[in-house]
Design a protein around this ligand. Structure first.
Ligand SMILES: C[S@@+](CC[C@H](N)C(=O)[O-])C[C@H]1O[C@@H](n2cnc3c(N)ncnc32)[C@H](O)[C@@H]1O
Length: 183
């Protein structure tokens, strides 16, 4: 019995180590950890998303699913999509999705840079400056219609935000809101 308890403890230790290494590895690869948007940030971002349009809401790096799950629960008739590269946070978000029967939520383990964003009316993100440059480049080719972009903390380098909301938190975190029309 003692041997089997030891075995379980060692196996659990290795699982935790593998998960930790995979998170560190994908943080190095993507440039950002799967840090969740704060409750205040989520609430503010939720108020800014477009609910009148018929398109999907896409989270470009959905992490543990914090934002996409909140949107999918609040708007059951809206199609919600998340792209995430880090496998463990992605797996946890998929488990949440099924445990809550969120049929309007689709979660892909995929790089958003290779995704088709043309069906979206809203993009949400919490990325980093380099990824915002990549997003802007993608928008030049992948934006057939009007789109709302709500970004936690980081701005698009050359678009002028329609609105910047400063959260009442320690960092006065900015939430950038863009309403972009194709040129
Ligand atoms: C700071 S977290 C934000 C998670 C979630 N959107 C939220 O607001 O709670 C950023 C996530 O983006 C993911 N990510 C970064 N670059 C990505 C890419 N090119 N494609 C898919 N996911 C990406 C990271 O793995 C990380 O989990």
């Amino acid at each position: 019995m003692i041997v089997s308890m030891d075995f379980i403890a060692i196996a659990l230790f290795f699982v935790v180590v593998i998960i930790a290494i995979s998170i560190v590895w994908s943080t190095q690869k993507t440039g950002i950890s799967p840090m969740m948007s704060s409750t205040k940030a989520c609430q503010t971002m939720l108020t800014e998303i477009s609910t009148h349009e018929k398109g999907a809401l896409i989270d470009l790096g959905s992490g543990w699913g914090t934002l996409v799950i909140a949107v999918a629960k609040k708007y059951p008739n809206k199609q919600v999509i998340g792209y995430e590269l880090s496998w463990f946070p992605w797996l946890v978000s998929v488990l949440y999705k099924y445990s809550m029967s969120l049929n309007n939520l689709t979660l892909y383990r995929k790089d958003f840079k290779n995704a088709d964003l043309s069906g979206a009316d809203t993009l949400v993100c919490y990325l980093f400056p380099g990824a915002m440059v990549a997003l802007e480049d993608k928008l030049k080719y992948d934006m057939p219609k009007k789109i709302t972009i709500v970004s936690n903390t980081f701005a698009l380098p050359s678009y002028k935000p329609t609105k910047v909301i400063k959260l009442k938190d320690f960092y006065k975190t900015p939430i950038y809101v863009y309403h972009i029309q194709p040129k």
